[in-house]
Design a protein around this ligand. Structure first.
Ligand SMILES: Nc1ncnc2c1ncn2[C@@H]1O[C@H](COP(=O)(O)OP(=O)(O)OP(=O)(O)O)[C@@H](O)[C@H]1O
Ligand SMILES: [Mg+2]
Length: 202
């Protein structure tokens, strides 16, 4: 259940990141790109989903460039073809055109044929509002990523996609209380470090 405490925590964490200066944001974006690119998850992935930053989230431009430079394919979630309130992932190239969705977030224009299901991705770089030291995550509260990735609950965790949250270090919280539908992360890249959560048992 979404409690008042969780709503309050979301509010505090969102305020903390929107209060960062433009310079702090730029440094954070560089730091996160460095942490992601040095990870094994990034190096061994071909199809990588990313997102357009909003609301003080870490900018992903440098990362998208690296994805292209290293010959990988970049995707971003779109709401346009929403079925069951799940996200589909549209290819993003240097020629992509973008349009604002119902939340005012830019998303690539794409034909329905070009869309991927989350199961077809190798790595999902996800925005988040808060994370803890075991990879639990809270998002903006829409449940979009949780619904889209619900199949992960029934899948051996060594199967793809890998899930990596991108966050400012100040988004780390005390251990979060979770809901049964929350899908935990395999890793979090902050502006300072790469945190790996060892849940790859059988
Ligand atoms: N697998 C699911 N099936 C049905 N409803 C779901 C599922 N996952 C999440 N939801 C619904 O979504 C709502 C929001 O979930 P939650 O508060 O965990 O969002 P969030 O993790 O912050 O958002 P997001 O996943 O977009 O980052 C919940 O109230 C829940 O009812
Ligand atoms: Mg959740």
């Amino acid at each position: 259940m979404t409690t008042n405490t969780q709503a309050k925590l979301r509010q505090q964490l969102r305020a903390a990141r929107t209060n960062l200066t433009a310079k702090e944001q730029r440094l954070a974006a560089d730091g996160v790109a460095r942490q992601v690119c040095r990870s094994r998850y990034f190096r061994t992935s071909k199809r990588i989903a990313c997102y357009f930053a909003a609301d003080g989230e870490i900018a992903t431009d440098a990362l998208v460039e690296r994805i292209w430079q290293t010959g990988k394919a970049c995707y971003m979630p779109i709401l346009t073809y929403l079925i069951g309130e799940r996200l589909w992932f549209a290819p993003v190239t240097p020629d992509s055109k973008f349009v604002a969705n119902r939340f005012g977030i830019l998303e690539p224009l794409a034909t329905s044929r070009s869309l991927l299901d989350a199961r077809e991705l190798d790595l999902v770089l996800m925005p988040l509002v808060g994370f803890d030291n075991t990879g639990n995550r809270i998002g903006m509260g829409g449940g979009f990523y949780d619904r889209t990735l619900a199949f992960m609950h029934h899948r051996h965790r060594w199967h793809r996609p890998r899930l990596m949250g991108l966050a400012h270090a100040l988004q780390q919280t005390d251990p979060l209380s979770t809901n049964p539908w929350d899908v935990p992360l395999d890793a979090v890249a902050t502006d300072r470090e790469l945190l790996l959560f060892n849940r790859h048992k059988s």
